[in-house]
Write a protein that binds this ligand. Structure first.
Ligand SMILES: [Fe+2]
Length: 282
């Protein structure tokens, strides 16, 4: 790739933290059993991860991970990783499908935030976006929560109406909504439209987190190196490391991520370029 930056041999890519990962065994469509969880953990350590937030589904495809089960599996996985001397820290979390019940589910402790921080990882439906999304977000924010939107680049309506999505995000206070893109979108393994949208979000500074969203050792493994090379070529090393290490650390420790405001000129130009490329692949 033109302008690609080699990441081999750099200590800075150690100590990354994966904020979105289905490493827990047998709870959703992620790791099948503890053996696979451990093998995923080994891959992650080799990739340079220090830690992972386990984020099983709540609401997606009939998976409603139970709070107590998530906590128990995290404890058991930590014990097993310790026993096998695998140095990967595991934090509890969830990936919650967008629904109007989320504020109540949070109050009833049916769903919870990433490592009990203010940040909740929310997944949008793949096809469309519901009406009143801005009111829903406002309500969550007024309850003291902050949103991390999981892989919006894969949502078909966001791809079609990226300018509306940008307006929605920009209508809230900077840092109240963070955007997580997925490594396989950047490496063009999740479809060309997701690839274009992920690159747009990265180039404009609207993407704040890069995660693996790994589900297994084979089909969606927790690899990130190829995506890092692409991200560094687009956004530079410093900002890429913020997205895979510094800001994820801030989030799991309950701090506040305050990103830079996107440059309006870059935003407009990138939107035009995205629209042209998107029309060609429709
Ligand atoms: Fe996920």
């Amino acid at each position: 790739m033109k302008n690609a930056i080699s990441i081999q041999g750099h200590n800075s890519i150690q100590k990354m933290l994966d904020l979105h990962n289905h490493i827990l065994p047998g709870i959703d469509d992620g790791a099948a059993d503890f053996d696979e969880s451990v093998r995923m953990a080994k891959i992650m350590v080799a990739e340079g991860f220090r830690a992972v937030v386990a984020t099983p589904h709540y609401g997606r495809a009939g998976f409603y991970s139970e709070h107590a089960t998530v906590r128990r599996l995290v404890r058991e996985l930590k014990v097993e990783l310790c026993r096998q001397q695998i140095n990967l820290v595991v934090y509890p979390g969830m990936e919650v499908l967008l629904s109007p019940e989320i504020p109540e589910l949070l109050r009833n402790r049916k769903v919870f935030t990433l490592n009990d921080s203010p940040y909740i990882l929310i997944e949008f439906p793949q096809m469309g976006l519901p009406a009143g999304l801005d009111n829903f977000i406002s309500q969550l924010l007024s309850d003291g929560k902050k949103l991390i939107i999981a892989h919006p680049e894969k949502n078909h309506e966001i791809q079609r109406r990226l300018d509306h999505f940008v307006d929605l995000v920009n209508s809230f206070r900077l840092g109240d909504i963070l955007i997580q893109i997925t490594a396989d979108s950047l490496t063009n393994k999740a479809g060309h439209k997701a690839f274009l949208a992920a690159k747009f979000l990265l180039r404009t500074g609207l993407a704040h987190i890069i995660s693996t969203d790994a589900h297994s050792c084979s089909e969606r493994p927790p690899n990130i190196r190829e995506a890092l090379t692409i991200a560094m070529a687009i956004a530079g090393r410093e900002r890429t490391m913020k997205m895979v290490r510094d800001w994820p650390e801030t989030i799991v420790s309950g701090g506040e991520v305050i990103p830079e405001r996107p440059d309006i000129k870059v935003l407009r130009q990138s939107l035009t370029e995205f629209s042209c490329s998107f029309r060609k692949c429709v």
